[in-house]
Write a protein that binds this ligand. Structure first.
Ligand SMILES: C[C@](O)(CO)[C@H](O)COP(=O)(O)OP(=O)(O)OC[C@H]1O[C@@H](n2ccc(N)nc2=O)[C@H](O)[C@@H]1O
Ligand SMILES: Nc1ncnc2c1ncn2[C@@H]1O[C@H](COP(=O)(O)OP(=O)(O)OP(=O)(O)O)[C@@H](O)[C@H]1O
Length: 297
């Protein structure tokens, strides 16, 4: 898209993710954890507007007043890292980024990572860099372990620290009811507090992969688990209560996403999802009824 008076522009949807499973295998020497998890893209999204400007540097604005608008914003960092990596000078031209935030922040939904992925994809196009998905993923990893997945989307097995990705088949889409309790959770603190030798319930990842491909929801529900719940549920017991509430409201399965605190319920039926969402909206401010998405490219 080109707008003569304002420079070329591009608007992208930056989709959130949920973790259909999350297993932590061991802690690495650098403090990061070796994971085995299944990621799922959902329709909830921020909008990321990009515009090339004759003025130098990166300028960032957002409707979310509490988010940083400088180097502290992961979208800002993504633009700077791509420019440096690809040899684009930000002294002779610049970029304006506007983030319309809809994804709850620090919620376990990878909102920041999704914005960063959108900036990388968008600037790759606007700057005509021609970088492949794999090249963008390599550039992105030091900025955040969820970004390589956000660049890819769809349903995927993520291993390593999150960067070893294998696309998976989700035979039937789901409606997803998201509820974010009004607490903030730091991903770093959750991983730091995790006691690997005290984990009793782990996901059955292989059974889950098979069940997703066969649309076998009974096996799926039994195979899903998130080991980070062992840290967050004792700290925020509401998360456990919300899981039980979603199951009582006819969810096929319910789990905490990522490091939390967002809890999601999967529904086969849109009406049941809507009705559960309406009931939960009476109790919680941040409730979203959305659906799973297939990989777009
Ligand atoms: C919880 C998940 O969202 C699940 O998808 C991710 O594992 C976290 O991904 P993220 O927020 O993009 O992670 P980063 O921004 O790279 O790291 C935040 C913090 O989480 C911890 N971290 C993250 C990923 C990983 N495999 N092991 C870790 O221990 C690190 O202490 C790090 O300081
Ligand atoms: N563009 C952005 N969107 C959201 N948060 C951002 C952004 N840039 C920086 N941040 C900061 O990053 C922190 C985590 O935000 P984010 O919403 O990505 O967490 P999250 O959903 O828990 O991520 P993950 O699931 O990857 O752990 C917040 O404290 C926020 O201030």
């Amino acid at each position: 898209m080109t707008n003569e008076s304002h420079g070329p522009t591009l608007t992208l949807q930056a989709h959130a993710k949920i973790n259909l499973s999350l297993d932590v295998l061991h802690k690495r020497r650098d403090g990061y954890h070796h994971l085995c998890m299944i990621m799922q893209e959902i329709s909830l999204h921020d909008e990321v507007h990009l515009r090339l400007t004759p003025e130098p540097g990166i300028r960032l604005t957002t409707n979310a007043g509490f988010l940083p608008v400088d180097q502290g914003n992961i979208a800002w960092k993504a633009a700077e890292r791509l420019a440096r990596g690809a040899g684009v000078s930000l002294e002779s031209q610049g970029v304006a980024i506007h983030i319309d935030k809809q994804i709850p922040v620090a919620a376990g939904l990878a909102g920041g990572s999704a914005d960063a992925a959108a900036v990388l994809k968008g600037l790759n196009a606007l700057w005509r860099l021609g970088l492949s998905l794999e090249e963008l993923q390599l550039i992105s990893l030091p900025l955040g372990a969820d970004i390589p997945y956000c660049l890819m989307g769809g349903t995927a097995l993520a291993e390593g620290i999150g960067e070893r990705l294998t696309p998976l088949t989700l035979a039937k889409p789901f409606w997803v009811v998201l509820v974010k309790p009004p607490v903030s959770v730091s991903t770093r603190e959750v991983y730091e507090a995790l006691k690997l030798d005290e984990i009793e319930e782990r996901p059955d990842t292989l059974a889950l992969i098979e069940a997703l491909a066969q649309a076998d929801s009974l096996t799926m529900a039994g195979a899903m688990a998130n080991v980070l719940e062992t840290v967050t549920i004792p700290q925020v017991p509401e998360i456990g209560e919300l899981k039980r509430r979603l199951l009582a409201l006819n969810a096929t399965a319910s789990l905490m996403s990522g490091s939390g605190p967002t809890v999601f319920g999967l529904f086969k039926d849109q009406e049941k999802a809507r009705s559960a969402g309406e009931k939960l909206k009476r109790l919680y401010r941040e409730v979203h009824v959305v659906h799973t998405l297939r990989r777009s490219q």
